[in-house]
Ligand binder design. Structure first.
Ligand code: SF4
Length: 326
């Protein structure tokens, strides 16, 4: 064990001040405490933010949805508005982790969770993300679950969150509160691809606190859903996943929001798939043609070449499920 201080805060300004002094925020504790037990993370100061008033789900003035950072996964998944208006979000949450974890883990913590790369969690292995400059054991090691999109010669770890894939598809934004006030970061810019600095995983500055995730107003009606493909049907991370939302009017697809999980170093938006869908009428052929574009730019590794075809099939199937034409 290693020593660390523990402070509980009850207002956001105290949290930001403590964060600015180098404290690490903890709420549900389902990721950070695990990593501390394994000594992958060794924070000197923990700031318990669980009591902050960030647990509301509200409709925004422009018709979007704001989910407070401390809303628990289970509560967000069960929320009536989330279930009826954004099933892709509730389904992604319900397919994540175990019921026990969903009762503890928060939305903010979920999008901040760290990779499940086994080498990252093995402190005896080379890992640029855990220890910059030490190498990447996964590149030459067992890389079946790793990324085929967005990797670098420094890191090929996938981002493990499911709901982050739904947020990426819906072009959500992340609200941050920091020493210089509030700012909003598009989800596409919030999580960072590894490049030459895989230890930098997100756009948060020192002291900044996630206060909410906001989903912008969507065209209505919107059909949506989430498909997760994994080695076993519960308590397992995605090999591939697809978040799909479609707006149809007059039998034509007017808007398409599609993203993939389990394949990218960050949740992977699929603009080429979206572009292929817009303006067309749903058909079995269309779903397959669009999904053919899902793996554009993929660089598979020794053990995960199967993900290229699996990704296309995952996207095609979920387009079919949401689009309603077989
Ligand atoms: Fe570390 Fe990334 Fe390599 Fe995994 S893939 S060992 S997290 S550097």
């Amino acid at each position: 064990m290693f020593p660390f201080s523990y402070t509980k805060v009850s207002d956001t300004s105290a949290a930001v001040a403590a964060g600015q002094r180098g404290g690490r925020y903890v709420a549900g504790g389902t990721t950070l405490v695990d990593l501390m037990r394994e000594t992958v993370e060794r924070p000197e100061a923990l700031v318990d933010i669980a009591a902050l008033p960030l647990r509301d789900i509200t409709t925004t003035a422009n018709g979007g949805l704001r989910i407070g950072a401390l809303v628990r996964m289970a509560d967000a998944a069960a929320d009536r508005t989330v279930r009826t208006t954004y099933p892709v979000v509730s389904e992604a949450l319900e397919l994540s982790a175990s019921a026990q974890l969903r009762n503890m883990a928060t939305i903010g913590g979920n999008i901040m969770q760290r990779t499940r790369c086994t080498y990252f969690r093995d402190v005896t292995a080379a890992c640029n993300k855990r220890q910059p400059g030490s190498g990447c054991a996964a590149l030459e090691g067992f890389n079946r679950t790793h990324a085929i999109l967005g990797g670098s010669d420094q890191c090929v770890a996938t981002h493990p969150s499911d709901v982050a894939v739904a947020f990426a598809a819906l072009e959500a934004t992340v609200r941050l509160l920091g020493p210089n006030g509030e700012r909003t970061v598009p989800f596409a810019d919030f999580l960072l691809q590894p490049g030459a600095t895989p230890d930098r995983e997100h756009a948060i500055q020192r002291g900044e606190l996630i206060t909410a995730v906001e989903i912008p107003a969507q065209p209505r009606p919107l059909r949506s859903g989430y498909l997760k493909v994994r080695d076993r049907q519960s308590y397992e991370f995605a090999l591939t996943s697809a978040a799909v939302a479609l707006h149809l009017q007059g039998g034509v697809i007017r808007a398409a929001k599609v993203a993939a999980g389990g394949v990218g170093t960050v949740p992977w938006k699929l603009p080429a798939v979206e572009r292929h869908l817009i303006g067309k009428r749903p058909s079995a052929a269309l779903w397959t043609e669009a999904a053919e574009r899902a793996a554009d730019g993929a660089s598979p590794l020794t053990h995960n070449r199967f993900k290229v075809e699996l990704l296309k099939r995952t996207v095609a199937r979920q387009l079919r499920v949401v689009g309603g034409t077989r």
